[in-house]
Ligand binder design. Structure first.
Ligand code: TYM
Length: 342
């Protein structure tokens, strides 16, 4: 049976990029019913940068509440938090001994996050992708739904799995295939169309959080950056129906808003361009706000309702961890046997 694994960091401010790029897809894959799905709140990843302990507890609960409110069903999927299943850390150590330093040195996300501060960030931030590989491989998962930004990490996980198989002359780990799909694989900041919408952006106006009120959504979209031209038409598309790269380069904010609208309305970008061609941005902005309020506000309300019953969430996390442990334990036993541990 296919296995699907994905994770979300409990670092606050879950936004429409997380939802449209990843969590919505988790639900779709779960409902396909073709695979065993593991959806994990990756708290061990969160502490690669400083987290206030009281706040971390709150964020773990909130991330689990988002999973549930979005439609991940504990009867169909395994929902748990990473720190409850010790096999992730154990396998991460083993895979640390497989992964090469040169491979980690190529990770662009580390370079971006560490910036000029490279010598002072945690070792955890550096080998973060090895823990990701362990998350996936502890369950021998072959499919991993993520947003575009995680692609390089998944390529690394695939290389680690292959090297393990090669070094020990086994065919133990499956090939890891990223599932990057939907119309919003990379949602950009509302303030700067060249940078990704991110939980950690200091400007709250750069993103639409899943718990934002209708008023706040209207305000954020109203203030979203655009350009001084009118909205382009279908001449912006290349022969494959994608936005031409020169347009993406010259009008990133416009393209981002058009993509957000298409993803929320679940229509092709071509149709969105036809609808708004030649109009001023305020028409597009009004439509985006309306549809956001329709889709995101009810989701936000559900998240808040879920958080009223903390025991329910904790029971689901405990139960999920128990199930996950069962799967991972069996695999870790075999891995240790392959390595030569007694
Ligand atoms: P995280 O918590 O940063 O993001 C969770 C998911 O949301 C996607 N995402 C986006 N998609 C579209 N547009 C955006 N602006 C945007 N921002 C975030 C991410 O691609 C991700 O799918 N390292 C991972 C968590 C992780 C994981 C794993 C994922 C840990 N172990 C194993 C897959 C498999 C992360 O930090 O996601």
């Amino acid at each position: 049976m296919d296995k699907i694994f994905s994770g979300v960091q409990p670092t606050g401010n879950l936004h429409i990029g997380n939802y449209l790029g990843a969590i919505k897809n988790f639900v779709e894959l779960q409902n396909n019913g073709k695979a065993r799905c593991f959806y994990c709140v990756v708290d061990l990843h969160a502490i690669t940068v400083w987290q206030d302990p009281i706040n971390l507890k709150k964020e773990i609960m909130e991330t689990a509440a988002v999973f549930l409110a979005a439609g991940i069903d504990p009867k169909k999927s395994i929902i748990f938090n990473q720190s409850k299943v010790l096999f992730h850390s154990e396998l991460a150590w083993i895979l640390n001994c497989i992964c090469r330093i040169g491979w980690l040195n190529r990770m662009t996300q580390f370079k971006e996050k560490a910036g000029k501060n490279r010598e002072k960030v945690s070792v955890g931030l550096y080998n973060y992708p090895v823990l990701m590989a362990a998350d996936i491989l502890a369950y021998k998962s072959n499919y991993v739904p993520v947003g575009e930004d995680q692609k390089q990490h998944l390529e690394l996980a695939r290389d680690i799995a292959q090297k393990f198989n090669y070094d020990y002359s086994v065919n133990f780990f499956p090939e890891i295939k990223p599932l990057i799909f939907g119309k919003a694989t990379r949602v950009m900041s509302l303030r700067n169309g060249n940078s990704k919408m991110s939980k950690s952006d200091i400007s709250d106006y750069s993103r639409i959080n899943l718990t934002d009120s209708a008023d706040l959504i209207y305000n954020k979209i109203k203030k979203a950056k655009t350009d001084s031209n009118e909205i382009m038409g279908i001449e912006a598309l290349d022969e494959n129906g994608n936005i031409k790269s020169e347009i993406l380069y010259s009008r990133p904010e416009a393209v981002n808003l058009l993509n957000i609208y298409s993803a929320l309305a679940d229509i092709e970008i071509k149709e969105t361009l036809q609808n708004f061609q030649g109009k001023e941005f305020r028409y597009l902005k009004d439509s985006i706000s309306e549809i956001l309020v329709e889709v995101i506000v009810p989701l936000g309300n559900k998240i808040k309702d879920m958080l009223e019953d903390k025991t329910y969430i904790l029971d689901i996390l405990n139960d999920g961890a128990e199930k996950a442990r069962g799967d991972a334990e069996k695999n870790l036993k075999e891995i240790k046997e392959i390595i030569g541990f007694i």
